[in-house]
Structures are given as C-alpha cells and as structure tokens.
Design a protein around this ligand. Structure first.
Ligand code: TNX
Length: 465
C-alpha cells in the first residue's frame, strides 16, 4: 500500500521507482480538442517546469482515468474531460511532495460512488464569493464533485429573488449572532458556479422549506397568516418556523424562489430542504413537499430533499439526503427507495464536520456527539442503514453547518482533515481502504495545507509531521 499522499486512495497505484526529473522551463502540453478546463488546470500545475504532459482519449467512462509518470513525462488516459481532470488532481498531490523529481507511478482509478459532496451553510454565517471559491478548490483537490450550498435558513437569506426584493435586502443582512452578512449578487453566484464547473464540481443550491424560514417570514410580512412579520432571529434554535402551506401567497413565493434558484444554477438539481419542521402539522407538511416537488419537476430539475421529506410522495428519481442512522434513518431511506429515489448519506455522527473533534474543542456542536477523525473514516455507506438496497446509494456528503463557524478559517479547521475521510469513503473501494493507510497518507498531506495557508486541526490518531 502506498505512502504517497494520495487521498482518496486510488484503485491501483504502482510505484515504478523511475522518477521524472523536474527542471525549470516551459511545459509541453497535448490534450484532446476542447478540453480547455483540464488544459487550464494542467498549465496551473506545471507552470515553470520543463515537462511533457499528454492527455489521450481512451476507452474509459466518465471520471475513470489512468495516470503514468516517468522519465518520458506524464501521460493521462481518459474517456471524458472530467476523467482527465480527476487524474490531474492526483498529479497535483504527487507534485506536492516532488522536490526536483516527480515520483514514478502508474495509477488506474475510478470512483466508487457518483455523488461525493460537501454542504456549506452560508445562511447561518456568510462567506464571501472568493471564500466559497477557495473552499471549492479544497473540495475538488480531494475529488469531491458536489458543493451543496445551504442558502436560506431562519437567520439569513442569501439568494436574490427578483419578485421578492426584501428577501435579499432584509433577509440578506441576517446571521447568527448578528454577524455581518448579505445576499449574493447574481454575478457572484454565476462566478461561483463557473469556478466550480471549471473543477468539475456541481453546485446544488438549497432553499430550505417549509421550515427553517424565519428569515423569509421576517422579511416578507405577506407570507404570514396574520400579515405580521415575526422578529428576525440571530439565535440557533431550530424547528420553530414554517411557511403557511394553505396560502396561495406562499405558493407564488415558492414558485418564484425555485425559479430564481433554477436561473442562478443552470441545470443543477434543486434541494428544497424539508428538515426539522417541528411546528408544521404532518398533513400540511407532506402536502407542502408534494406540491413544492411538483414545482421543481416543472422546472425540469432533479429534486433533492432531506430525509424527513421521504414521508411525502416524491417524484421518482429524486435524491433523498439521510442524516440520521438507526431506525429513523433506515425508515426514511426505505421509504425513499420504495418510491424509486436515490440516497445520499450524511449520517451526522460520521459526516457532520461541524461537530467538535473532542469535548474540549473550541468550535462546533455536540448534539450528535463528538466526531473524531477515525469515526469519520471507519464506516461503509452501503451497510450503515438496515434494509436498504446498496444499489440505491448514490454517494456521501459531508456537512458544515455554520452556527459556530464564523469565518473560512473556522470552516477549514473543521474540514481539515475530516473532509478527506468523507472524500475517501465516497471515492475508494471499501476493501482497499483502511485506517492504518489513511492516517499515513493524511499526515503526508498536511505540509501542503500549511504551504497554502489553509487552517487545519492536528486531529488525534495521526502522527502529524
Ligand atoms: C441539524 S441536519 C440541522 C441543521 C443544524 C445542524 C447542526 C439537518 C437537516 N438540520 O439545521 O444546523 O443539525 O449540526
């Protein structure tokens, strides 16, 4: 097993023992016509080095790829540009430990699951578009392919909706603790989407409803049954707010919000939340989810929901994000699969990177316990939930809820190193990966984080260099 700092672990790695000397000069690149995003990334990686990189179109599918490095140069084989890009992220990890020579390797790789995501909660605390882009770079470096942006919650609203200007103007200003925040401008969202697309990351916007909506209710009095807006909230209570399911004003709002999300995130699945609606009567809740789902379908988009929504009738082919384990999560997952939905697993005690590393940690929550690195690593998505068809599991997603995370530095501190555990759970074959190997490889990644000015936590269980 390799001790090169390769995370996630590739399907096969052969260390050939014949390195590629790196001398100053100009790179010589050859890529298939039109693979400009892979080309731009290759230029970024190899600038100032006299090496040859050839990307060859091969009989491989999607993200699958091969990478060979040796005295003749660097050779990538892929059947699609995304496969070539993923190969280049492996190359980047090799370059990170290369002094004046790149280790000689033969790598053949492909992902275990198609969905390897991370959720960023920019509603509780705001991050600038540049910070979001910098976070995308981190996710893409470990072959994640989905950035789920939690754009709305009780405390703040980040998505501009033309028909409801108060959402951005008033709701945009809200955040936990009254920290500074605003909604994103359409151009900023477009920049984030483009930056992510350049790294083959899909941005999935979440507009959480019918609960987690106090920011909207406070900004728009007409959404309230009595026409009176509640006070804005900057605390971290959950489950108290709900849209009025019976009001047609609500439905105009839902259609406008989803249309705005669809316009800002072209082609992306639309996540409508649906979690923790403790104040919404069950019948109203399932009626709401069914109707809002129809609005997503009408926009031609795939629906994504939190597990609670599996109690409602969902369009077949929707994606249900499970955050509980045990009976509760298994029941939701079974209900989802029975109606032809896929699953993405975000069990809190494995993937909620906003949980504290240990009791004494200054940042984070403990409602689902603490989350040491090894616990984030040692689990298998297909055996976590009883009575669930493994074929329904489309992947995994880490979550960074931001009640206590005020800055990108805080977010990085929670994500590094635990995001790498989720990335490997989602990408690498279960029988190939183990904690003993992971702890070595993750340790070897840390000098690169430091060099790039990333914030990270020297988590227990690893001998950090
Ligand atoms: C639960 S899990 C939530 C969020 C909180 C998070 C804190 C889920 C779908 N909802 O509202 O921010 O716990 O860990």
């Amino acid at each position: 097993m390799t001790t090169l700092p390769l995370v996630p672990l590739p399907r096969t790695v052969v260390e050939t023992g014949t390195p590629l000397p790196l001398t100053p000069g100009e790179p010589r690149l050859a890529l298939p016509e039109g693979w400009d995003r892979a080309g731009a990334y290759a230029v970024e990686l190899l600038a100032g080095r006299s090496v040859a990189l050839t990307v060859e179109l091969a009989d491989l599918v999607g993200e699958a790829h091969e990478l060979r490095t040796g005295p003749e140069g660097i050779e990538v084989r892929a059947g699609a540009e995304v496969g070539a890009f993923r190969a280049l992220t492996t190359l980047a990890q090799l370059l990170d430990v290369a002094g004046d020579a790149l280790p000689g390797v033969e790598v053949a790789d492909e992902p275990r699951f198609p969905h390897r995501g991370v959720m960023l909660d920019v509603a509780r605390h705001w991050l600038s578009p540049d910070e979001v882009c910098r976070f995308v770079d981190l996710a893409a470096a470990y072959k994640l392919d989905v950035l789920h942006l939690h754009l709305t919650d009780d405390q703040g609203w980040r998505l501009p909706v033309p028909e409801w200007p108060a959402l951005a103007e008033v709701g945009g200003r809200g955040a936990v603790g009254g920290d500074p925040a605003r909604a994103y401008a359409p151009e900023e969202l477009a920049r984030i989407v483009q930056h992510a697309a350049d790294r083959f990351v899909t941005v999935v916007p979440e507009t959480d409803m019918p609960g987690h909506t106090n920011a909207a209710l406070a900004a728009c009095p007409e959404l309230n049954p009595d026409g009176v807006a509640p006070a804005p909230r900057t605390d971290t209570e959950v489950g108290y707010s709900s849209l009025d399911v019976r009001s047609e004003t609500t439905w105009a709002f839902v259609r406008d919000v989803l249309a705005a999300a669809a316009a800002a995130f072209p082609g992306a699945p639309l996540h409508i939340g649906g979690d923790e609606t403790l104040e919404t009567p069950h019948d109203d809740y399932v009626a709401f989810v069914a109707r809002a789902s129809g609005a997503v379908t009408a926009l031609g988009r795939r629906l994504v929901v939190w597990e609670e929504a599996a109690a409602a009738v969902l369009p077949p082919g929707s994606l249900v994000q499970v955050w509980h384990r045990g009976t509760e999560g298994a029941r939701a997952a079974q209900a989802a699969v029975a109606q032809g939905c896929g699953l993405v697993l975000s069990p809190a005690d494995r993937t909620y990177l906003d949980l504290k590393y240990d009791e004494g940690f200054p940042l984070g929550l403990t409602w689902a316990g603490t989350l040491p690195l090894r616990q984030a690593y040692d689990w298998d998505p297909v055996t976590l939930l009883d009575g669930v068809d493994p074929a329904a599991v489309e992947g995994v997603e880490a979550a960074l809820w931001s009640e206590t995370l005020r800055t990108l530095a805080d977010v990085e501190t929670m994500a590094l190193p635990r995001l790498l555990a989720t990335a490997e759970v989602g990408w690498s074959a279960q029988e190939r990966r183990d904690w003993a190997g992971f702890r070595e490889r993750v340790a070897a990644c840390s000098p690169g984080w430091t060099r790039r000015g990333r914030h990270w936590h020297p988590a227990d269980g690893v001998d950090w260099p």
